[in-house]
Design a protein. Sequence first.
Length: 134
Amino acid sequence: MKKLLIFTAAYFVITMSWAYPWHLVWFHDLYVGWGAVTREQPIVPFGMAAILIQALVIGYLYPFYYKNKGNPILQGIKFNLIIGLMTYTAMGFATAAKFQIEPVQDFLIFHTLFQAIQFTLTGAALGWVYRKPL
């Protein structure tokens, strides 16, 4: 339980530190121009809740995958990239399918880059937290 809580905190801090500036500062105008962001004021608590749920699910499932073999950081990144595909498809392809996003390929390129970096960073934290007994 301790590792789950530590990972959840790490995942939250890393993801908020990465997602907030990516979507609301650095590339906000691009996302608005593509039609991927349509709210004048995003509902940040919903995004925070999604991040916490993701962290709890990933942190809960990881011990079933990791068997203390190999580099724990690389194993965490590998697992997180695999499970991140679920989030990626829902947030990327499903979003593009439901909303009038143009050009869709530009949105998907940025989304792919964002998700790959997010799940690599949080995967490294996952491996670090679960690397040995606390």
